[in-house]
Design a protein around this ligand. Structure first.
Ligand code: ZN
Length: 499
C-alpha cells in the first residue's frame, strides 16, 4: 500500500502505515446535535467516507468512531426555546443527522459515542490530569494548564505568548481572571443556576467540549490511534487541546496522522451556523439536487482546499452527474436488452479488481484511479477516470434511449459489460451510487420515500411560482397529515422534518 496523506502534525505528505497491519483505527469529530446539518458537514463526512471506503477497498479492517456532542450551550438554548429538554433536542437531531447522512450514502460509523454516556471516562481523565499537575480547579471550574504540556501548539503552530481571543476577537475578561494562562481551557464547567448538570468531584457541572473527544478516543480505540479527522476549523483550539489532554493523561502520542478538510465558502466566507450563511443538506435535497450531485460537487475539489458554493458550480456538478449516472444505470436498467448477466454484488479488493479486468486498457484505468487516491486522496483525478470509462457506455445509453434495435455486436457488448462493472466498482469507492430514475407516483396515500417527499416539495414550489396557492397549501396539508412538516426559509429553500 502506498497511500500518501498530508499530515497536519508534520505538515508533510507521508506514506500511511497503520499501527496494526491490515487494521486502521479512525476517530472523527462529530456534530453538536442542536440543528440540521449543512453543506459544510456534508463535505467533511463525504471526504472521510471516501477515505474509509478506499481503505476498505484495500482490504483493511477499519474501525471508524464518530461522536455526538450532546451537552452544549446551544442545545440548552434550543431546549429552552422549544420548551423541551436537552435529551429531547439531542435525540431529535441525532435522528435527523442519520437521515441526512444515509441520504448522502455515507457509511455509518462503527460506533457513535455520546458525551452524556461517556461521563465516567471524562471525569476519570480530568482526575488523572489533576494528579499529574496538569489541571487545576477554581470554584467548581476545572482548567487544563497549558504550561504543563511541553508540546502545546505543535499541531496549530501556536506560540503561548500569543493572545487568546474568543470568536469575536475579544478577550473574555471574566474567565481570563480565573485562569493561570490565557490559553488554559475548561475541562469541567460548574453549573449555572437552573442549568442541566451532572455530579463530579468538583461539584455539579458539565464537561468542557474538548475533553469528550479525548475520553472517547481512549474508551473506544485506546491510547494511540492511526488517524484523527476533522474540519480545518477544529485544528485550533479543539484538536490542539485534545492532544494536550490525551498526551498528558496517557503519556502516549494521541494520533499518528491528523487530517483536516477545507471549509465550504459562500462569497469568500466560511459556511457556518454561527455566521448564518449556511444551506442545510435537507434544503438542497428538497430543491431536487440529488445526493450524488452533491457528492460529485464535493469530490471534484481537493479535500484540503476551500470549496466555493455557488448556484453555477452546483449546476455544473448536476450536468456532470447526469452524464455519469446514465452510464452507471445502464447495466441495471437494460441488462436484459444488452444480454448482460444480472449484476451481483461482489466484495473485492481494488487489487483483485485490477488483476481481474479483461484487458490492459481497463487495467491502466484502474491503476490511474489507484494512483490518484494514493496521492493524498486526489478525488478530482479519480473522477476524471470515471468519466473516461463512462464515455462509450454513455453512447450505448443514448442508443438504447433512441431504441436502436441493431445494437453493436455481442463481443463489443461483453467488452462494454466489463467496462461497466469496473466503472460501478470504482465509483462505489467514491460512494457514487447509481441513482435510478424515480417512477412517478401520485401523492395520494402513504408517502413511501424521501424521494417522494422531495417530489411533493418541488411540485408545491412550482405551484407557488405560478401563484396557485390553493394547490401549494393542499400539498403542504397532505404532507402534514402524513407527519411531514415543511419549513420555508429566508433563502427560498425548504427544509422538512418527519414528526
Ligand atoms: Zn473532537
Amino acid at each position: 500500500m502506498s497511500l500518501k496523506l498530508t499530515n497536519t502534525l508534520t505538515k508533510r505528505l507521508e506514506t500511511f502505515k497503520s499501527i496494526k497491519p491490515g487494521e486502521v483505527s479512525i476517530y472523527c469529530c462529530g456534530v453538536t446535535v442542536y440543528d440540521l446539518c449543512h453543506l459544510g458537514h456534508a463535505r467533511s463526512y463525504i471526504v472521510w467516507d471516501v477515505l474509509r471506503r478506499y481503505l476498505i477497498s484495500q482490504g483493511s479492517k477499519v474501525t471508524f468512531i464518530q461522536n455526538f456532542t450532546d451537552i452544549d450551550d446551544k442545545i440548552l438554548a434550543k431546549a429552552e426555546k422549544e420548551n423541551s429538554t436537552m435529551t429531547q433536542v439531542s435525540e431529535k437531531n441525532i435522528k435527523e443527522f442519520h437521515q441526512d447522512m444515509d441520504a448522502l450514502g455515507i457509511l455509518r460509523p462503527s460506533r457513535m459515542p455520546r458525551a452524556t454516556r461517556c461521563l465516567d471516562g471524562i471525569r476519570e481523565m480530568i482526575q488523572e490530569l489533576e494528579q499529574k499537575g496538569a489541571a487545576y480547579s477554581v470554584e467548581g471550574d476545572v482548567y487544563f494548564a497549558v504550561m504543563q504540556h511541553v508540546d502545546y501548539g505543535k499541531l496549530s503552530n501556536r506560540d503561548l505568548s500569543e493572545q487568546q481571543l474568543n470568536a469575536d476577537g475579544r478577550i473574555e475578561r471574566e474567565e481570563e481572571a480565573r485562569k493561570q494562562h490565557p490559553f488554559d481551557f475548561a475541562l469541567w464547567k460548574r453549573a449555572k443556576k437552573g442549568e442541566t448538570s451532572f455530579p463530579s468531584p468538583w461539584g455539579q457541572g458539565r464537561p468542557g467540549w474538548h475533553i469528550e473527544c479525548s475520553a472517547m478516543v481512549l474508551q473506544e480505540l485506546g491510547q494511540t490511534i492511526d488517524i484523527h479527522l476533522g474540519g480545518s476549523d477544529l485544528i485550533f483550539p479543539h484538536h490542539e487541546n485534545e492532544i494536550a489532554q490525551s498526551e498528558m493523561a496517557t503519556g502516549k502520542k494521541l494520533a499518528n496522522y491528523w487530517l483536516h478538510n477545507g471549509m465550504v465558502n459562500v462569497g469568500g466566507q466560511k459556511m457556518s451556523k454561527s455566521l448564518g450563511n449556511f444551506t442545510t443538506i435537507r434544503a438542497l435535497l428538497s430543491e431536487g439536487i440529488s445526493a450524488m450531485t452533491l457528492r460529485l460537487f464535493i469530490l471534484q475539489a481537493h479535500y484540503r482546499k476551500p470549496l466555493d458554493f455557488t448556484k453555477k458550480s452546483i449546476e455544473a456538478a448536476s450536468i456532470g452527474w447526469r452524464r455519469l449516472n446514465s452510464a452507471l444505470c445502464i447495466g441495471l436498467i437494460s441488462h436484459r436488452k444488452l444480454k448482460w448477466p444480472k449484476p451481483s454484488v461482489q466484495e473485492k479488493t481494488i487489487r483483485d479488481l485490477k488483476n481481474n479486468v479483461s484487458n490492459e486498457r481497463f487495467s491502466k484505468s484502474c491503476q490511474h484511479f489507484i494512483d490518484a487516491l494514493d496521492d493524498d486522496l486526489n478525488t478530482s483525478v479519480a473522477i476524471s477516470v470515471l468519466f473516461e470509462l463512462s464515455r462509450p457506455l454513455k453512447s450505448l445509453a443514448n442508443q438504447i434511449e433512441r431504441d436502436v434495435s441493431d445494437l453493436d455486436g455481442e463481443a463489443r457488448n461483453l467488452d462494454l459489460h466489463s467496462r461497466w462493472l469496473l466503472l460501478v466498482s470504482l465509483a462505489n469507492i467514491l460512494g457514487l451510487q447509481p441513482e435510478l430514475p424515480l417512477e412517478k407516483n401520485s401523492h395520494q396515500g402513504k408517502m413511501h420515500s424521501d424521494a417522494e417527499i422531495i417530489e411533493a416539495i418541488k411540485e408545491r414550489k412550482a405551484a407557488k411560482l405560478s401563484k396557485d396557492f390553493t394547490k401549494a397549501d393542499k400539498i403542504r396539508k397532505e404532507l402534514k397529515d402524513k407527519g411531514i412538516e415543511l419549513i420555508d426559509k429566508k433563502d427560498g429553500l425548504t427544509d422538512w422534518i418527519k414528526k
